[in-house]
Design a protein around this ligand. Structure first.
Ligand SMILES: *Cc1c(COP(=O)(O)O)cnc(C)c1O
Length: 228
């Protein structure tokens, strides 16, 4: 079942890409495996899925230790400073950097391991009180502060937009993030050695996110089924 799901999703990704004049290879699929057993991750891995996302450090640590080390992992949950060291050990990318304190902790631990850590800045694009992310109005200021943290590569931006059952309602938020990323690029805030990452779009709305410029879609339910 997981293989069929992945196949279907890859086709839909390719279709949405071509529809908007983009190459399908520009878009990466992150399989969000939080609260899914390692057996399901293995199943997806056997079908060629090599990139997974986890939201909880403890859960991720256990799973990663049991799985093949050719898998790449992104952290997509809310990160606390006291978990920053473990996060640096486990993940190839942290997608949810939204506070200077977290960025500084990640930078310090990355330096300690003599490595360069890829990060995304999470934006609270709908300016929702209960959500994490940098307020769009404070992005410039935040980005310029990150610029002094030399062991972090700022690869792009990530959002969890306000939820709507109608994915068309989410389109303006995707478009707004693309605009924000373009502005940040002009300002020179992103690492320049690879294309800018726009992490947006989930099970319910990923094709629309791709039409609006997503380069990384984060999908859980459509691959693994409903989380319990
Ligand atoms: C759970 C989660 C997803 C996947 O959501 P689905 O609707 O199951 O595809 C994507 N991104 C983040 C940050 C998540 O926490």
């Amino acid at each position: 079942m997981i293989c069929e799901n992945l196949e279907k999703i890859r086709k839909k990704i390719a279709h949405a890409a071509r529809k908007s004049g983009r190459a399908p290879e520009e878009i990466k699929l992150l399989a969000v495996s939080k609260r899914m057993d390692t057996s399901k991750i293995e199943e997806a891995y056997k079908c060629g899925q090599l990139l997974f996302g986890e939201n909880f450090i403890q859960e991720a640590r256990e799973k990663i230790s049991r799985l093949d080390n050719s898998i790449s992992w992104h952290f997509t949950g809310h990160l606390q400073s006291n978990k920053a060291k473990t996060a640096v050990q486990l993940f190839q990318m942290i997608e949810t950097v939204d506070r200077l304190k977290i960025a500084q902790a990640l930078n310090r631990h990355a330096a300690g391991y003599d490595k360069s850590l890829d990060i995304l800045v999470q934006i609270n694009i709908g300016r929702e009180e209960q959500k994490s992310g940098v307020d769009p109005q404070n992005v410039e200021q935040f980005m310029s502060k990150l610029g002094t943290l030399h062991n972090l590569n700022i690869r792009g931006l990530m959002i969890m937009p306000p939820f709507s059952p109608d994915p068309e309602k989410t389109r303006p938020y995707f478009r707004a993030l693309k605009n924000l990323a373009d502005q940040c690029q002009v300002q020179g805030y992103f690492a320049e050695d690879s294309p800018i990452v726009l992490s947006m779009g989930m099970t319910n709305d990923y094709t629309i996110a791709i039409e609006e410029g997503a380069t990384l879609v984060r999908i859980g339910t459509a691959i693994f089924g409903k989380r319990t």
